[in-house]
Design a protein around this ligand. Structure first.
Ligand code: NAD
Length: 498
């Protein structure tokens, strides 16, 4: 595969290690304390930039700016004007897509071909929510009270939204939080991950260029335990939309109790993939493998528990292993890289410890299992795509979210047993099914407890289709019409007309 532009040149132009301010109330500002933190390229360890290390006072300033904007001219923007603004942002994204993709690749390691390939989905989100901006409406409801009384509902913006996102898809995650806010007339304070704060700052520039009024979108860079925690507990924030780990989601839900702010949570997973005896093996193998290896396993929906019918387990797992060994691992900025680095040395150590536990608990290592070394890899955090076969349900690698390139494959004997074991997880984010039997597919779809189920495919996401978790993978949905309800409150209106 080849690129139609010079990604390395663009990378050199984008980040030179210098300071990148955050965006509050339409101003590009430093933290009030003047403190900064460095942010890195996980493939090379190079410092890309420094960003402000926001404290509570900076978050307070951003929330105040968002509140002023909510009650100011933004409240008078008509649905048509909000739509026009979103369409303008979409056009600017289209024109700047290569820069946004290079920025994401540099800051969080995803191969450039993958970041570029998200174009349709992200720009689609902006245009989908632009469309929805003029489709919001309440209802006229007949009441049973004597007299001439008209009752209707209005859907009103929920207010100031605090958005907290992880590092693994900064552009998509930012837009999934910001676009519905702009469509509904809310304002946003977004806190990116401390591991990948740069693209959201680039996005703020595009928002400003499009004419988003000051204070409607604010980006505050800082630590989760400080800036994120302040946003979650802030008495003047009406809603928190969060994507990240289950443990952090729980702490956010607790912090939100103070003012009973609304919360939606997109959390972690340990998603099952069930390969039935009749599956088309050669089509299923690459899909099941990439259900984990895409972005080095650092995806919330990673299909990391691979249940394979015993009759085909050995063949299937051997082929997944072969596929894993065929992947090109390297720096994301190279067009032919399939798999990039892990986000940090800390995350690489976590994954290594999971691999060690799989080995010590007796799982059969089929592929990978080691950190990569050599000139290409020494300064980054690279782990070979790893496949374990004959894993037991009680092993740590079968129970806990690894967030790394590790597949745990397990044989099953009956479909009943596969469903039971697939559902025996505290998580319920996603699931995959491979079968050529349509009846079987429908049966499994009904019985699997997960927010998204893919049959003979995996990983597809679309702006119009709701996405989110069941059980400890969270609550609330992103995407589709349902997402807008997360940003709206219903007001009932009664008018006596006689
Ligand atoms: P994380 O929970 O460590 O951090 C996510 C965000 O929360 C970051 O911005 C962080 O600074 C902030 N944060 C941390 N502590 C906080 C606190 N006490 N209060 C408020 N904010 C706080 O997650 P991560 O390591 O960045 O991302 C990986 C996790 O995200 C995985 O568990 C993955 O499954 C999950 N994830 C879920 C989805 C989904 O849609 N369900 C998508 C992507 C990632």
């Amino acid at each position: 595969m080849t690129l139609t532009f010079d990604a390395k040149q663009m990378a050199a132009e984008l980040y030179d290690g210098g300071f990148r301010p955050m965006f509050i109330g339409g101003q590009w500002v430093a933290a009030q304390s003047g403190e900064v933190s460095e942010t890195y390229n996980p493939a090379t360890g190079a410092v890309l930039a420094t960003v402000p290390l926001a404290a509570s006072a900076d978050v307070d300033r951003a929330v105040a700016a968002a509140r002023r904007a909510l009650e100011g001219p933004w409240s008078r923007f008509s649905p048509y004007e909000r739509q026009t603004l979103l369409l303008k942002i979409a056009d600017l994204f289209e024109a700047n897509w290569e820069r946004l993709s290079v920025s994401d690749t540099l800051n969080m390691g995803m191969p450039i071909m993958r970041t570029l390939a998200n174009k349709r989905r992200v720009i689609g989100m902006l245009r989908f929510y632009a469309g929805m901006a003029t489709a919001l409406h309440g209802e006229v409801i007949d009441n049973s009270i004597p007299g001439e009384i008209v009752t209707f509902t209005r859907r009103e913006p929920i207010g100031v939204v605090g958005a907290i996102i992880p590092w693994n898809a900064p552009t998509a995650a930012s837009i999934w939080k910001i676009a519905p806010a702009l469509a509904t007339g809310c304002t946003v304070v977004l806190k990116p991950s401390e591991d990948a704060p740069l693209t959201p700052l680039l996005i703020a520039k595009l928002m400003q260029e499009a004419g988003v009024p000051d204070g409607v979108v604010n980006i505050v860079t800082g630590k989760g335990s400080v800036a994120g925690a302040r946003l979650a507990e802030h008495p003047d924030v009406n809603k928190i939309v969060f994507t990240g780990s289950t443990a952090t989601g729980q702490s956010i839900a607790r912090a939100a109790v103070g003012n009973l702010k609304r919360v939606s949570l997109e959390l972690g997973g340990k998603s099952p993939v069930i390969v039935c005896r009749d599956a088309d093996i050669d089509r299923a193998v690459p899909v099941a493998a990439m259900a984990v290896f895409a972005h080095s396993g650092q995806i919330c929906i990673a299909g990391s528990r691979l249940f394979v019918a015993r009759e085909i387990h050995e063949e299937f797992v051997a082929k997944v292993g072969e596929f894993a060994r065929s992947l090109r691992i390297g720096h994301g900025i190279e067009a032919d890289t399939d798999i990039g680095p892990l986000i940090s040395a800390r995350q690489a150590q976590v994954v290594e410890s999971f691999i060690a536990s799989g080995q010590s608990e007796g799982a059969a290592l089929v592929a990978g299992g080691m950190r990569l070394s050599g000139a290409l890899y020494d300064k980054g955090n690279f782990i070979a795509p790893t496949v374990f076969g004959n894993v037991k349900d009680e092993m740590r690698i079968a129970r806990e979210e690894i967030f790394g390139p590790v597949i745990s494959a397990m044989p099953f004997d009956t479909i009943e047993e596969a469903v039971e074991r697939a559902n025996a997880s505290p998580y319920g984010l996603a699931a995959g099914i491979f079968t050529q039997n349509l009846g079987m597919a429908h049966k499994l779809v009904r019985r699997i407890k997960a927010g998204s189920v893919w049959v003979n495919m995996y990983h597809a996401l679309d702006p119009a289709v709701p996405f989110g978790g069941m059980k400890m993978s969270g609550y609330g949905r992103e995407g589709g019409v349902e997402h807008l309800h997360e940003y709206l409150e219903t007001k009932a209106v009664w008018i006596q007309t006689d």
